[in-house]
Design a protein around this ligand. Structure first.
Ligand SMILES: [Zn+2]
Length: 310
């Protein structure tokens, strides 16, 4: 019975600690190396483009070019560099072996090509689920899911005027066990479903959740149908991190948060079998990215780009 209950929760939440195989403990958070902000070199004076970061499926990278350049990745619009020439880009779970990044401004352009490392994703098969839990038809539930979806869509469209992504990310919770890696494929009753775009860390209920970088809270809902207590933080340029199944929310939509600030606590609200943080990241409402890769990826990227600029 316990197994069945777990399977149902996986299906509905796509985010359940108890279903996933245990993984090694997460390392103790390392202090982020602080960049001397008084000594940051200016952006290039003439058209140029350099990127650094996690060039892998689900990875995030930072680029520097001239200010206010239009950026495209593989020909698709991917935002604009800021007044200091910084822009954040990402690579989806399905990204191919090569990525082409282009910056355009004032009739000039620069192009860089990068190899994107492929990743292996586990397949999680869950069978014997009651059909009602695979495709819910209860009108009240459907109405609630629709309301939640509308709230999330509005929050995803945010592009806050803040540059938290330049800080590098710290871990949102200390310790714990990774019980669900990002990108796992789920097959329910033999039916392939969306991959799990969360990074699940099992920690006790009440464990404080900290903002990995500065940002603006764009959604803070205590009781979503699937996600339970849910918070979104926009770290700038539409780089949004999400915190699911929270037991307590300490922030409200519109709040500005600093890196390391407690935004609430871990729980098992919504459809989850046990307490854990399901941590997610999405860029510009289009790309689901792996937040665990951003922890090292973003800080490292900025250091590399600053060193290259000296
Ligand atoms: Zn999850």
């Amino acid at each position: 019975m316990r197994v069945l209950a777990g399977a149902i929760a996986v299906l509905l939440a796509a985010c359940v600690a108890a279903e996933a195989p245990a993984a090694p403990e997460t390392p103790t958070p390392a202090p982020v190396e602080v960049v001397d902000e008084t000594n940051v070199p200016p952006p290039p004076a003439r058209m140029a483009l350099t990127c650094a970061g996690a060039f892998t499926q689900g990875g995030v990278a930072l680029c520097r070019t001239v200010p206010n350049a239009t950026i495209s990745v593989d020909g698709a619009a991917s935002g604009q560099s800021d007044a200091e020439g910084w822009v954040v880009i990402g690579f989806t779970r399905e990204h191919g072996a090569r990525a082409q990044v282009q910056a355009r401004a004032g009739g000039e352009s620069a192009v860089q090509n990068y190899d994107i490392a492929p990743r292996e994703f586990d397949i999680q098969r869950i069978n014997g689920l009651p059909p009602q839990t695979v495709n819910p038809t209860d009108p009240a539930v459907l109405e609630r899911i629709q309301r939640d979806t509308a709230l999330k869509q509005t929050a995803f469209r945010s592009t806050a005027n803040i540059e938290g992504f330049l800080d590098g990310f710290i871990r949102p919770v200390e310790g714990g066990v990774v019980t669900g890696s990002w990108g796992n494929q789920r097959v329910l009753n033999g039916e392939p479903r969306d991959p799990h775009f969360g990074y699940d860390i099992a920690v006790p209920t009440g464990t404080p959740i900290r903002a990995p970088a500065a940002g603006v809270v764009t959604l803070a809902e205590p009781d979503m149908h699937f996600e339970g207590g849910l918070v979104f933080i926009d770290h700038g340029q539409g780089l949004i991190t999400m915190y699911l199944h929270m037991s307590r929310l300490d922030v409200r939509a519109g709040d500005t948060v600093e890196q390391g600030q407690v935004i609430g606590a871990v729980g098992s609200s919504g459809r989850a079998t046990g307490p854990h943080l399901c941590w997610r990241m999405k860029l510009r409402n289009t790309q689901n990215l792996d937040p665990s890769i951003a922890i090292d990826g973003l800080a490292q990227a900025r250091r590399e780009l600053l060193a290259a600029n000296q």
